[in-house]
Design a protein around this ligand. Structure first.
Ligand SMILES: Nc1nc2c(ncn2[C@@H]2O[C@H](COP(=O)(O)OP(=O)(O)OP(=O)(O)O)[C@@H](O)[C@H]2O)c(=O)[nH]1
Ligand SMILES: [Mg+2]
Length: 476
């Protein structure tokens, strides 16, 4: 629960738990300097309220004797007066030129758990309140420093596990998504203004704004919404990582391929068909895109109960995969089983791998059905692995993520808001085509504009904010 208003000065440890070279306690609010004065003495001897903004100053963190510190009583009994806790660098960022848009003081001490918790406790004793999770970022939003999509991009940046998802998050943090959404929303609000004027003064149909112009603007916005929605699939892959399942007949080299891609001997490899019985899952970075690789049991007819269960799991893993890598043994002709597996994979994203290229080849990539993406490799020597990685990556993520102007939807909340906007725009278009009254069209355009406004936070509720910021860690 978010309690407390913007008038509180809040504090939190902003660096991760555990030991580190430095650790930072952050203060934000109108009394940040005053609170800091209660525990920091500058080496220069100057008072804190005269601090130059955005400059580092050396100081000492001093604990007041009234501070209650159970951690220290065991070792030293009660604290002596003016106990020196640590030396620290202090930076003051004067409002509004700070992350939150408020007065911010950061105390950079050594990064020990006890040191930081005592600094934080001293801040509370000096009049600050402990921050809720995400409260610094929430303040940045409430103070107009960030829109909601940018605030979410802060979290995406912290959580980014691959270079591409970091790029997308950074683009969003810079406001690229917000700009596109706000342009579209402004266009819809412009239409509404016209329509409402029409409602007030003409009291008939949409004479005030020519139907053509109305349809054209709505069409443009619908196109943009559509384009953004289309990126959500790839966006999900970036957020969660792609599930890439390796399937094939027994003994074709699936586990050898997994080990190659992971660059470690993760799965057991033997010349015995039916070696792998369980699904083995490991994550790997494919040139900036995170993938969860699943090695599976070779698919064949068998009476062995354990192997049958393994094959059942292979098929089920195949069912929720984002991409199938079908491995075939290139040194023997394609079997009926191979063809079935290839055909199944070609219904979605796939790469057909002709393995064992180091042996004399019985089939080549050209023998694959047209439309199949095929790569010849040798899991044994490593030949073709780079091409395979590139092929998998290209299938998973189109060029969009790399181009500088490509805004991508990584966030489920944005996706559902866009879905609602699209639906409302569809209804509005239907009403215009059917020659319905302006009021009716206006209702749907308003709904579309509001759905877009939820993405940037122009339209928002306490529940939405609560849900978003509670996902953050404390100190962010
Ligand atoms: N010559 C050659 N042998 C390979 C290659 N890849 C795998 N093998 C051999 O093929 C055999 C089977 O390899 P695995 O990786 O266990 O095959 P698998 O598809 O996982 O087999 P199951 O788990 O039984 O379904 C082993 O003897 C490997 O050494 C390759 O590129 N070239
Ligand atoms: Mg195997």
């Amino acid at each position: 629960m978010m309690r407390g208003g913007l008038e509180d000065t809040i504090c939190a440890i902003a660096t991760p738990a555990g030991e580190g070279g430095i650790g930072i306690v952050r203060l934000s609010g109108s009394r940040a300097l005053q609170v800091a004065s209660g525990l920091v003495k500058l080496r220069s001897g100057r008072p804190l309220h005269s601090l130059q903004t955005h400059v580092l100053h050396l100081g000492d963190v001093v604990l007041s004797p009234s501070l209650h510190c159970p951690e220290l009583t065991g070792a030293r009994g009660s604290l002596p007066a003016s106990d020196l806790l640590d030396e620290a660098l202090i930076v003051y960022m004067k409002a509004p030129r700070s992350f939150t848009g408020e007065d911010v003081v950061e105390i950079q001490s050594h990064g020990g758990g006890l040191v930081l918790s005592l600094v934080c406790r001293a801040c509370v004793a000096a009049g600050a309140r402990l921050a809720e999770p995400g409260e610094f970022t929430k303040r940045a939003f409430l103070n107009g420093r960030l829109d909601l999509s940018q605030a979410e991009a802060v979290l995406d940046t912290i959580r980014a596990k691959s270079a591409v998802s970091l790029t997308v998050a950074q683009r969003q943090l810079r406001g690229d998504l917000a700009r596109e959404i706000e342009t579209a929303r402004a266009a819809l609000l412009g239409l509404l203004a016209h329509l409402e004027a029409g409602i007030d003064f003409v009291e008939e149909d949409i004479a005030f704004l020519r139907t053509q112009e109305l349809a054209r603007t709505m069409g443009e916005v619908a196109l943009l919404v559509q384009r953004l929605r289309a990126t959500a699939r790839e966006g999900r892959l970036l957020r969660e990582g792609a599930r890439v399942v390796i399937v094939g007949r027994p003994n074709v080299g699936k586990s050898s391929l997994l080990n190659r891609l992971l660059r470690e001997d993760r799965a057991i490899v033997t010349p015995v068909p039916g070696t792998t019985r369980d699904v083995i899952e490991e994550s790997v970075d494919l040139e900036g895109v995170r993938a969860h690789l699943l090695d599976t049991a070779g698919i064949r007819h068998t009476e062995d109960a354990v192997e049958m269960e393994g094959i059942r799991r292979s098929r089920s893993a195949r069912g929720n995969a984002d991409l199938q890598v079908v491995v075939v043994d290139g040194s023997v002709p394609l079997s009926e089983d191979d063809r079935e597996l290839i055909e199944h994979a070609m219904n979605g994203k796939h790469v057909i791998v002709m393995n064992k290229a180091d042996l004399p080849q019985a089939v080549s990539v050209t023998a694959l059905p047209s439309g199949a993406v095929g790569v010849a490799i040798s899991a044994k020597t490593g030949a073709g692995i780079a091409e395979l990685r590139a092929a998998i990556r290209a299938q998973l993520i189109g060029a969009g993520a790399e181009t500088s102007d490509g805004v991508m939807i990584m966030n489920v909340r944005h996706q559902t808001a866009l879905d609602r906007a699209a639906e409302a725009l569809g209804q509005a278009a239907g009403s215009v085509a059917a020659g319905m009254a302006a009021e009716l069209v206006a209702v749907d355009i308003r709904a579309a504009a509001d759905a877009l406004g939820e993405i940037t936070g122009a339209i928002t509720t306490d529940e939405i904010l609560e849900r978003i910021f509670s996902e953050f860690c404390i100190g962010k």
